[in-house]
Design a binder for this molecule. Sequence first.
Ligand code: B1M
Length: 230
Amino acid sequence: MTEDLLSLIKENVIQGRIAQDDEGFDEGLVGQPGASELTEKALTEGVNLEDIINKGLTEGMNIVGQKFETGEYYIPDMLASAETVGAAMEILEPHLAQSGIKSKGKILVATVKGDLHDIGKNIVSILLRGAGYTVKDLGNDIAPQTIVEAVREERPQFLGMSALLTSTMIHMNNTIEALTESGLRDKVKIIIGGAAVSEEFAQSIGANGYGADGFQAVKIMDALRNSMKG
Ligand code: B1M
């Protein structure tokens, strides 16, 4: 039952169907529940939030990426799917948020220069807020020097960078070098993520951690925080 619901959420992301009135790329789907109604249903039925995000929404976007690669989907199709994930995340956000707890620390997050992909960064931000961190989202297409200035002004304990394009991941390295040149590198722990990067890449540029998905990002942040205490 849960698996059926998750696969329906995934299918509706692929179809770019936010709500039941939407037609979908395959047409004829009007009237059937869209990603929003299915996400509400999954919540009511107590489906694990991590499964909704990873097995429903993110797996759906991965298929969208494959369809784009093979020429089956175009950019507007990717955008429709992206909006579908955004709508589902709005429904999930209140359920991920903790309230009334002391902040575990401040993190600045940004998608790096030249990169407009922000869905993953937004999911990570929501999960970090839910886990008790104060998140300041600088947005997407953020230049290294802008990040350096923000670190100087905001004095966060953590910096998170996201990159989805192989052509933009270099700006993570550039940002870390710019922080070093500004004498700020040892003031922040840096975690990176996004489809373009890996654990190996994180190590090669001297980041403190790599998150393969949003839930792993929270675990890495908690571990970094504990290591700072000790
Ligand atoms: Co683009 N795109 N895109 N795209 N897009 C990819 C990335 C691509 C792999 C598709 C493909 O060809 N298969 C490909 C990159 C190829 C490469 O570089 N090797 C690509 C391309 C080529 C492009 C354009 C160049 C297309 C063009 O114009 N010809 C263009 C570039 C624009 C730009 O950025 N300058 C472009 C544009 C777009 C849209 C604007 C249409 C749209 C983005 C909309 C938006 O973000 N608001 C889009 C989309 C949707 C995708 C795919 C299909 C989906 C990305 C996504 O949202 N995934 C993507 C294919 C893919 O990744 N499979 C693709 C879901 C999301 C939840 O996952 O972002 O990986 P992800 O985040 C995860 C983890 O990675 C991790 O946690 C998240 C949650 O689990 N994570 C972190 C992410 N950041 C983290 C940070 C952390 C820790 C963990 O710490 C701080």
